[in-house]
Design a protein around this ligand. Structure first.
Ligand SMILES: O=C(O)c1ccccc1NCC(=O)[C@H](O)[C@H](O)COP(=O)(O)O
Length: 211
């Protein structure tokens, strides 16, 4: 299972989280977020990481030019679209970045939002299901209604996100079967400042899940 820790801002924390076993780190490229990082800050983290880890830039409702520039300059391996981007936008971005993993986040409020998944499955590599919040796009700490996802089996791989913590991860994984999990505020001291003790506890729980 892929394990993505999102909202990384500090090189030493990124390196430590990679050594615990994260398979992907996320960088918030959304200026209104308290976890916002610019290109030099992302590069400072990326340069300390082992090559095999995925590095994902998270964007929302911005231009293709801005995304491409950030991906190239920050040496990112993936782009997560976390706003209201349409399938057409995803397809255009794919043409500009054919070798970069493309993820589309869907913020789930109802079954209707889940039904949108298939339209994106054909134009992105991976889906990410996050909780809906009326004011915030992500990093909200709100959980999804996992019951709604018990039968969710899209044609592309998908991450479960939204309010996951070391305390609830086993319960979540007992109900749903994602290809990966994504955590941010559940392993933080404050926005952008990861709590390495919580990250360690998460990986202990994931060992229990496997055995
Ligand atoms: O984390 C942010 O501040 C953020 C801001 C704007 C768009 C997306 C953002 N985060 C995206 C993520 O992938 C988070 O990991 C995801 O929303 C889960 O967050 P949490 O509920 O805190 O685990």
């Amino acid at each position: 299972m892929r394990i993505k820790i999102c909202g990384i801002t500090q090189p030493q924390q990124g390196k430590a989280i990679a050594s615990f076993g994260a398979t992907a780190l996320g960088f918030i490229c959304v200026p209104t977020s308290p976890r916002y990082v610019k290109i030099p800050q992302i590069l400072a983290v990326v340069e300390k990481l082992p090559e095999k880890i995925d590095t994902i830039g998270v964007f929302a409702n911005t231009s293709i030019e801005e995304i491409v520039q950030t991906v190239v300059d920050s040496q990112l391996t993936g782009v997560q679209l976390h706003g209201d981007e349409s399938p057409d936008f995803c397809q255009l971005l794919r043409q500009s970045l054919p070798k970069v993993e493309l993820l589309k986040a869907l913020r789930i409020r109802s079954g209707q939002d889940i039904n949108k998944a298939e339209a994106y499955s054909v134009c992105v590599d991976t889906l990410l299901l996050d909780a809906y919040h009326p004011q915030q796009l992500g990093g909200t700490g709100k959980t999804l209604d996992w019951n709604m996802l018990e039968q969710f089996k899209p044609s592309s791989p998908w991450f479960l996100a939204g309010g996951l913590t070391p305390d609830n991860i086993l319960e979540a994984l007992s109900q749903v079967n994602p290809s990966g999990i994504d955590l941010s505020s559940g392993v933080e001291r404050s926005p952008g400042d990861k709590d390495l003790d919580k990250v360690a506890r998460l990986f202990e729980k994931l060992v229990q899940h496997r055995s």
